[in-house]
Each structure stands twice: as structure tokens, then as C-alpha cells.
Design a protein around this ligand. Structure first.
Ligand code: ARG
Length: 592
């Protein structure tokens, strides 16, 4: 059990012994580390409720605390805070237990859930660009965080592969190459043979066609109408269109997989909107027959407004008047599949914050339609945008959308320059330098993103992100690599980590106090669904380590048990940093 939890239990009992609720015993890390290690503020609220003096109440509570093994001193401060200083040997013991536990003292959750993390969400027929970066990085981190906590996680990319854009691309292709067999409505693969296995287009072609046809549809209602009909026909199983769809799908997925892999992002399933096509019609029918949905001007809608809404929530559109389905319809059917077939207890949508209205509508409709029973949780984890130095969405120098692949090259080059500037890894083989630059570049990119709360927008400042000083990914990697080298040197001298003993140096004590917080940091990040808490903490660990290392000359220390204890602390620090960086999706080079 974590140190903080042990203290919380002790104070909970002390409050109970004082005739108050155990919940007042919650212990937190001290806001004033120079005064105490931990604090308990429960006396303030409890005193207010009981109408007594908070300082007196705090004193009564203290009289019921008897834990000399754990607590070195207690003090009532200010209006009635309780300041707690832990015992040095208890601190060393907890640190030691952490060092010898494969999970670093982090317990698995008692009730593991099946959690689907919906992230990435690229649309078919489009190359990945900077707009997909945050969904990928944040989603991956949240998935890893939940998995590490003990939940059963499934990462689903939820490709946009079934909507109007596909119909648009179909007619654009038809206008360019009308003779393709896919457009021949009479063609029957049973007698005429299968459709060609070679795709008539590359992803490059599709990416070029996409803006052209979007513009054409905007300019000309007749073209838009043809695209609508094509979408309808596709959704209703027209064979030639389905064959074409398969080609669009395959060329898209092949490229997108490469980009996501380059980013270190891996999905468990590559489902898309099309996956649930067979569920759409029965779902809409059942919503109509139960009276949850109704017809309106030929369309089918679900009213989702509630009396207490602050702003008006428009109804959710299940089908257009021509019977075609929409983004919301496939999202609802996907949710149905996730609950029914995948056994989800919780579905997390890591999607641009600008889609919040969509998710509010979908979640409400899902509850009304019975797609979601009350025990299943759904949450939209929105994120902000990546901006340039002027606060505008990040673009290429020419003003175009920056491809994800180009972005990765950009950060790799920047990392390479930084390595050169700092004379790091100078005499290593070229291949290894390339690999280090790749890892450092990605660390710069990911940490630059994940160190912000996901809902805030941030400025993409490559100069700052790629620096080896400051709160950056490269700094953390460098810290970890430095620790590895300390451990290597120690091993070369025949030194090994040993039992962790009570701290004697303030910087050493501080590092221990920092490390033993890991379980709470993990729990908090899970609760808030916020990887930035991990990023923040990883930086604090690295900083505290650096101070410790400055003051404690490990390799030349003369007292062998002290030296072995310090090495134990060094090795634990490396394990904690490695775990945290892995949760952020950041790799650590072997050396640099
Ligand atoms: N394809 C969508 C888009 O490009 C994102 C999908 C997000 N996930 C979801 N279940 N709606 O905006």
C-alpha cells in the first residue's frame, strides 16, 4: 500500500475515533514541502459541520494517532491543517518495497473494466496530417495508462470510411474514368468474373481528388446530388461501388499504418464506420418502433434536448430523407457493437474538442435508444489544436496542411541538429545516430504535446520541444540515459544496488518522497484521463534525481551500505522514469 494511502487510513481511523467521518482523513502531499511531507485538511470541513473550533478538533484527532513507525512528527498549523512528517526509516522501507516490486508499488485496479479507446479516427482516402497528431498521441497514452492500471483495453481507430466523402470520390473517379468496370451497373461478377484486384487509384490520387470533388459539390447542386445517390447506393450494397470502396480502403490503410507505426501508435482493431453497416437499418427501425425516434420531413430524428439545457441541443439525425445514414448513425451503431459484442464497460473518445456537440447528441440518443445501459460509461475526451507561433492552426510554410510523415521528418532533423550542437553521441556509428535522432525527435514531439493538458491549445515550438534543457522529452530521455550510464559504471566497478536505507542527505530524502508518489500520480492521471500529470511528474523525478546526484557522490562513496542504497535509489529512479516515458509513448535510447 502506498505511503499516502497508509497515512490516509491512519487519519481516517483517528477521525472515526474522534466521532467523525473517516473520509475526513484524506491525506495529500504537502503544499509546503519545507514544512512537512504530507498534510491532512479534513479537520477544517469536519469542524465546520460539527460547529467546533478546527484547531481544537485537529488536536483531538492527533491525540488518536498512534503510528510511531510511520510518522516522525505531527503539527497543527494555520487554521487547522495537520502537517505530517514521515519517519525516515519508513520512507526508506516504502522506497525499498517499491524497488523490489515489478509494478513499482502500483496496485492493479480491483475491478478491471473493458475499456475501448476510440482514437486516431482518420478518414479513408486521406493521408494523415498534423490534425491527426493529437488524437494519436493522446489516445495511445490514455490506452497505455488504462492498460497499466489493469484494465482490459481495446484501441479502435474508428476510420471514417462510410460517409458522403466516399460517394463523392466515387463520382469524381467516374467522371475521370467512366469506362472502369466498377461503374457498369450491369456487371455481374458471378458470370463476368471478379472485379480487378489492382486498385485503379493510389492514395496520392485520392488525396488529390478529394479537395477537387468537395469544391465541385459545393459549387454545383447536381454534382452534390450524384454524390449523395452514390453514397446511398454504396451503403445499400451496390457491388461495383463496394469493390471500389475496398480499393480505397486498402490503399488508405496501407499508408496510414506506416504513418501510425512511425509514430509508435498501435491499434488493436482497425474497425471503421462501415463495420457496423448491417446494424444500421435494424437500429433505426427499432428506434422508430419504440417511439424514441420520429419522422420529420422524411428524415428520422431523435430528440435529445433536455429541460435543463443551457443552450439548445438540436435533434440527432438518424437518416436523411433519402434514407442514407450519417456520422451519428454509425457512431451509435458502433457503440452498440462495442457494448454488445466487445463487452465494453467504458468507451473513451479521444477526438477534437470541436466535436463536443456531436458526442453529446450521440450519448444522449444512445441512452434513450437503449444502446447504452446505465452501467456503461461513455466520455468524449476532447483536445485542443496545435497552433503556430501566431496562434493559427499549424500549417506548412506554403500554407498547406502538414503531412504527418513530413512532420516526423521535421522533428527528426531538429533532433539531429540538437545532438550535433550538444556534441551528443558524436562518435557513434551513423546508424545508431539516426536511430537516436528518430527517438529524440519523437520524444520532442510527444512530450511537447502531452505536457499540456489535452483540452488546451498549444503552440508548436520545435526549438523549445527539441531542447535538451527544460521541460522537454529530450531532457527526460537524456536523464534516463545518464542514469543508465551511472549504473553501467557502477557495474564495471563491481558495485551493485542493495537495500535502501534511511536517507541522510536532504536531496536523497526528497527524491525518495518523490518516487513513492508514483501510485497516486498514476491513479490521478487515470481519474482525470490526463497524461500531462504523468509528464509533469516525470520532469519532477528527473529534476530531483539531478539534485540528488549532484550532492551524493555515489561512485566514490566510502560507506558500502550507503553506496549500495544509493545505487538502489538510482536504479528505482530509472525504472520509474522508464515506466512513465513508456506510458507517454516515449522510447529511451540505450546510450547517447
Ligand atoms: N473520422 C472522424 C473525423 O475525421 C473522427 C472519428 C472520431 N471517432 C468517433 N467515434 N466519432 O472527424
Amino acid at each position: 500500500m502506498s505511503l499516502q494511502q497508509q497515512l490516509t487510513d491512519i487519519f481516517g481511523q483517528a477521525f472515526a475515533a474522534s466521532g467523525l467521518d473517516t473520509s475526513a482523513g484524506t491525506v495529500a502531499v504537502s503544499q509546503r514541502p519545507e514544512l512537512a511531507d504530507y498534510q491532512c485538511n479534513g479537520a477544517l470541513g469536519a469542524a465546520k459541520a460539527a460547529q467546533v473550533n478546527p484547531r481544537d478538533l485537529a488536536a483531538t484527532v492527533l491525540s488518536h494517532v498512534d503510528a510511531p513507525d510511520l510518522i516522525a512528527s505531527l503539527e497543527v498549523a494555520g487554521p487547522g491543517f495537520i502537517n505530517i512528517t514521515v519517519n525516515d526509516s519508513a520512507l526508506a522501507q516504502t522506497t525499498g518495497e517499491m524497488a523490489s516490486s515489478p509494478r513499482l508499488g502500483v496496485e492493479l485496479v480491483a475491478d478491471p473494466l473493458t475499456v475501448v479507446v476510440d482514437y486516431g479516427g482518420p478518414n479513408m482516402s486521406k493521408a494523415l496530417h498534423v490534425g491527426h497528431l493529437r488524437a494519436a498521441i493522446i489516445g495511445e497514452s490514455i490506452k497505455r495508462l488504462f492498460a497499466f492500471s489493469g484494465h482490459n483495453t481495446i484501441g479502435d481507430i474508428h476510420m471514417g470510411d462510410w460517409g458522403m466523402p466516399i460517394g463523392q470520390l466515387i463520382i469524381e473517379l467516374q467522371d475521370r474514368q467512366p469506362d472502369l468496370v466498377y461503374f457498369d451497373a450491369e456487371y455481374d461478377s458471378a458470370t463476368d468474373g471478379p472485379y480487378p484486384s489492382e486498385s485503379p487509384v493510389t492514395l496520392e490520387d485520392l488525396s488529390e481528388m478529394y479537395p477537387v470533388i468537395t469544391q465541385r459539390c459545393a459549387d454545383d447542386p447536381a454534382v452534390a446530388e450524384r454524390a449523395r445517390v452514390a453514397t446511398f447506393d454504396l451503403q445499400n450494397g451496390r457491388a461495383g461501388y463496394l469493390a471500389l470502396w475496398q480499393h480505397f480502403h486498402d490503399v488508405s490503410v496501407a499508408e496510414q499504418k506506416k504513418d501510425f507505426e512511425a509514430l509508435g501508435v498501435n491499434f488493436d482493431v482497425w474497425y471503421g464506420e462501415s463495420t457496423v453497416n448491417d446494424r444500421l437499418e435494424p437500429m433505426v427501425r427499432s428506434a422508430l418502433s419504440s417511439g424514441v425516434a420520429r419522422e420529420s420531413d422524411g428524415a428520422v430524428i431523435v430528440d435529445v434536448a433536455q429541460d435543463d439545457d443551457k443552450k439548445e441541443l438540436p435533434p440527432l439525425l438518424l437518416t436523411r430523407s433519402d434514407g442514407s445514414y450519417l456520422y451519428s448513425t454509425t457512431d451509435l451503431a458502433t457503440l452498440d457493437m462495442r457494448v454488445e459484442d466487445m463487452g465494453s464497460d467504458l468507451v473513451l473518445y479521444v477526438v477534437d474538442a470541436r466535436q463536443s456537440l456531436h458526442f453529446e447528441q450521440v450519448f444522449r440518443a444512445a441512452r434513450k435508444m437503449g444502446v447504452l445501459n446505465p452501467s456503461v460509461g461513455v466520455e468524449h475526451l476532447g483536445f485542443g489544436t496545435v497552433n503556430d507561433k501566431h496562434g493559427k492552426p499549424f500549417k506548412t510554410r506554403e500554407g498547406g496542411v502538414l503531412r504527418l510523415g513530413d512532420l516526423i521528418s521535421l522533428v527528426t532533423d531538429a533532433a539531429r541538429e540538437r545532438l550535433d550542437d550538444a556534441h551528443i553521441a558524436e562518435d557513434y556509428p551513423e546508424e545508431e545516430r539516426d536511430e537516436i535522432a528518430r527517438q529524440v525527435g519523437l520524444a520532442a514531439l510527444k512530450f511537447g504535446d502531452l505536457s499540456n493538458h489535452r483540452t488546451s491549445n498549444y503552440i508548436f515550438d520545435l526549438e523549445r520541444f527539441a531542447a535538451f534543457e527544460g521541460k522537454t522529452g529530450p531532457y527526460l530521455q537524456y536523464s534516463a540515459v545518464r542514469i543508465k550510464s551511472i549504473l553501467r559504471k557502477a557495474a564495471d566497478q563491481g558495485l551493485a544496488a542493495g537495500q535502501i536505507i534511511a536517507p541522510t542527505v536532504p536531496q536523497e530524502r526528497r527524491l525518495m518522497l518523490r518516487l513513492v508518489r508514483l501510485p497516486e500520480v498514476i491513479a490521478r492521471s487515470v481519474d482525470l484521463r490526463a497524461p500531462n500529470a504523468l509528464a509533469e511528474y516525470a520532469f519532477d523525478v528527473a529534476t530531483d534525481f539531478s539534485r540528488f546526484y549532484e550532492h551524493c557522490h555515489i561512485l566514490s562513496e566510502e560507506d558500502p551500505s550507503r553506496q549500495a542504497s544509493w545505487l538502489g535509489l538510482v536504479s528505482l529512479t530509472l525504472s520509474v522514469l522508464t515506466q512513465l516515458l513508456d506510458l507517454l509513448g516515449i522510447e529511451i535510447p540505450e546510450r547517447m
